[in-house]
Design a protein around this ligand. Structure first.
Ligand code: CA
Length: 152
């Protein structure tokens, strides 16, 4: 584990969040990923969290799912900024206000220093939305890794 991460999540917390992704994906063809970034790099200082989240979505190849059902939960830890980016298959059905509601719920936990709860809650809420609009079908596969992406 990278050193900065210990301020936010224990090794067990980290594992727990990954398990919650696998759990949420059991009910849907959707794919959830979590990306944790410690802070903006100097060259990113003028970029919004939205820009960085979109960039990460593509860097991680999340637009490559069959039905365009990837959802990224992107967190800038040091500034407690957070965005949820969904692929176009989902955006056709789910209003962006839904993601804002989830972001706000997660930030409440982050403010109290409870990053594990915030992340698990967010993953669970995203999973519910996906289940409603994109229920699991026969032959569904795990298209994107459940591993949490971490970078400084
Ligand atoms: Ca997955």
């Amino acid at each position: 584990m990278m050193n900065f991460l210990k301020k936010y999540l224990s090794r067990d917390d980290f594992r727990f969040v990954m398990d919650s992704i696998a759990e949420a994906e059991k009910e849907t063809i959707g794919e959830i990923r979590v990306s944790l970034v410690y802070r903006r790099k100097w060259k990113e200082r003028n970029r919004t969290v939205e820009d960085l989240a979109l960039e990460d979505f593509h860097r991680l190849g999340m637009e490559k799912t069959r039905e365009r059902t990837g959802v990224l939960i992107f967190v800038l830890l040091s500034s407690r900024e957070l965005r949820i980016v969904a692929d176009q298959g989902i955006n056709e059905k789910v209003n962006s206000g839904v993601w804002e509601g989830i972001v706000n719920a997660m930030i409440e936990d982050f403010k109290q220093g409870n990053y594990k709860n915030g992340l698990v809650k967010g993953v669970g809420m995203v999973g519910k939305v996906l289940k409603e609009h994109f229920p699991r079908k026969a032959g569904d596969t795990d298209e994107l890794s459940n591993t949490i992406e971490v970078r400084e």
